[in-house]
Unconditional design. Structure first.
Length: 262
C-alpha cells in the first residue's frame, strides 16, 4: 500500500510595506518575514532597501523584493500601485507606514511642504489602499494596516489632522470590508524610538521617558489587533488611557499651551 503523499506546503503570502528601511516600517517587515511572509519593501533609498532585503532573506529564508519610490511623487505611487494590482503576484498584506513630520507651525511652513505632507499621509495611503483592495476583495481575504498616531486624537496641526483622517478612513473601511474578509486597522502609536523625530530635528529630551515606546511592541500589538479584526489599535495601556482622556477633555487642554504671538 502506497503511503499518502504529504500535503503541499501552503504558498507564502506577500506583504508590502512602505517606509520599510527604518523604524516602525522596518520592524513590520522584520516581524512579517519572521512569520514566513514574503515581503515587498518600499522606500526612497535604493541602497538601504537592498541591504534590508538581503538581511531579511538571509535571516528568515523568505523572498524580499524592493521598490525604490518617492511616495510624494505621482510616478512613485504609480509604481507601487502597479505592484499591488499585479494579478500574477498577489499582495495579501499592505502596511501603509511611510510618513514624515513638520517641526514648525502650520503658518510657518511653506505650503508646498504642507501639500507633500498631506499627500503622503492621506492621498498616497488612500490610493494604495484602493489598489490593494481590488485583489483582496476578489479573493475575499486580505489585511491592511495604516500607521496613524495618537496625534489623531489631539487638535495639534496638520499632522494630527492627517492622522485623524487615516483613523476615520480605517474605521469605515474595516466596517465595510471585514464582512468580505478584509481587515483594515489604524495603528496609533505614541512616541516611538525611531529615526522619525531625528529627521524632523525635534528635541526628544522634552518628552518624558515613560512615554517612549519600542517599535517591536508597537508592531507586535498592531499585527495582533489587525488579525483580530480591530479597526483601531493603540499600543500599550498608558496610551490607551491617554487617548481615552483626550476624547473627553476640552480641546484647549489637550492641545497644549498656546503659542506666544510673534
Amino acid at each position: 500500500m502506497t503511503a499518502p503523499s504529504p500535503a503541499p506546503a501552503p504558498a507564502a503570502t506577500t506583504a508590502l510595506i512602505t517606509g520599510a528601511t527604518a523604524g516602525i516600517g522596518a520592524e513590520f517587515a522584520r516581524q512579517l518575514a519572521e512569520q514566513g511572509h514574503s515581503v515587498v519593501l518600499v522606500a526612497r533609498d535604493a541602497s538601504r532597501l537592498q541591504t534590508k532585503a538581503e538581511e531579511l532573506e538571509k535571516r528568515y529564508g523568505i523572498h524580499a523584493e524592493v521598490i525604490s519610490a518617492d511616495l510624494t511623487d505621482d510616478a512613485g505611487v504609480a509604481a507601487v500601485v502597479a505592484r499591488l494590482t499585479d494579478p500574477a503576484r498577489p499582495v495579501e498584506i499592505l502596511v501603509n507606514n511611510a510618513g514624515t513630520g513638520l517641526l514648525r507651525s502650520f503658518e510657518d511652513n511653506d505650503v508646498a511642504e504642507e501639500t507633500r505632507h498631506l499627500k503622503l499621509h492621506v492621498e498616497t495611503a488612500m490610493q494604495l489602499t484602493h489598489a490593494a483592495l481590488q485583489g483582496m476583495l476578489r479573493r475575499h481575504s486580505g489585511r491592511i494596516i495604516n500607521v496613524a498616531s495618537v496625534a489623531a486624537f489631539l487638535p495639534r496641526g496638520s499632522y494630527s489632522a492627517a492622522k485623524a483622517w487615516l483613523v476615520s478612513f480605517s474605521r469605515w473601511a474595516n466596517l465595510t470590508y471585514s464582512r468580505q474578509g478584509v481587515h483594515v486597522t489604524a495603528v496609533c502609536p505614541g512616541f516611538t524610538h525611531t529615526e522619525f523625530h531625528d529627521r524632523m530635528g525635534m528635541d526628544t529630551t522634552v518628552v518624558p521617558r515613560g512615554l517612549w515606546l519600542q517599535a517591536e511592541r508597537v508592531v507586535r500589538e498592531g499585527l495582533a489587533d489587525n488579525e483580530r479584526g480591530k479597526a483601531v489599535s493603540v499600543p500599550t495601556k498608558r496610551y490607551k488611557v491617554l487617548t481615552a482622556a483626550a476624547r473627553i477633555l476640552p480641546d484647549q487642554l489637550v492641545a497644549g499651551p498656546p503659542r506666544r504671538p510673534k
